[in-house]
Design a protein around this ligand. Sequence first.
Ligand code: MN
Ligand code: MN
Length: 305
Amino acid sequence: MFMRVDKLQADLPAPKEKNPNAGAALQELLGGKYGEMSTLGNYMFQSFNFRSKSKLRPFYSLVASITAEELGHVELVSAGVGMLNNGPDGDDISDGGDISGAPQELMQDIRLAASFLSNAGGATPTDSNGRSWNNDFVTTTGNVITDLLHNFHLECGARLHKLRVYETLSDPTGREVCGYLLVRGSVHAHSYALAIEKLTGVDLKKMLPTPNIDLSKIPESQKYLDEGSHRRLYTFSPDDYQEMKGIWSNDDVALPGDPPGNLEVVVGMPDGGKIQELAGQPNVFTPNYAPEEMYEIAAMLTKKM
Ligand code: MN
Ligand code: MN
């Protein structure tokens, strides 16, 4: 599996303004119990620990390829948090300016003060209250049905808290993160339902969507539905994981509330979108660190390369 440098899995619109409390709400999707750190951590260790990998190849391929996607989701939410915490991208500020007048006074009252004071507006693996993501959120039982059932629950739980976070946000950046991830989470819940159905005959699809709010109610999800994202799983690899076509199969169709069409496995990854530059801000690091000198060194290194 691989990750693409300099591209996010979706294109995020610029934030309207600097809004660290919106960034804090979005942190729930990163380090909350049902956040992207949890889906990544669960599927990663389940795929590492997977038993009978050759004999159960389609199930192993499903979990391993979704692991790659979740890594990209961690990156996407982190980018969204950074954008909300920092505001619209601007030019690098080349000098620290006058810091004697408390230029960051407003940062005293943001919900996650450490996101500014320790992390300079960057994302960290914590929830919306700043509690650390914790590995107790990882379930790897050694039993494939129990693990898949857990993953189905995890994706439904993730959908629940994405809807709640979405309802708190007015900023386009945070809403887009939720709109995209709600579509992808729906695909993952659907794929685990199909995997369990193949193994047991139980039709878990009848429980979807859980909670019972259609993607058609979320304007930010519409372009992803129009392009068929709700019908696609990606291999995130040129050669591996294509055995999951046996589970996410062209013979199966989209969920009843979504635009109709056949399911498909796409070799590779989504087209994705631009990654934010995040301007340099000497006054929140240390004054007079001479950024122009560093840019000059970087330019020389780039040329040498
Ligand atoms: Mn995800
Ligand atoms: Mn997922």
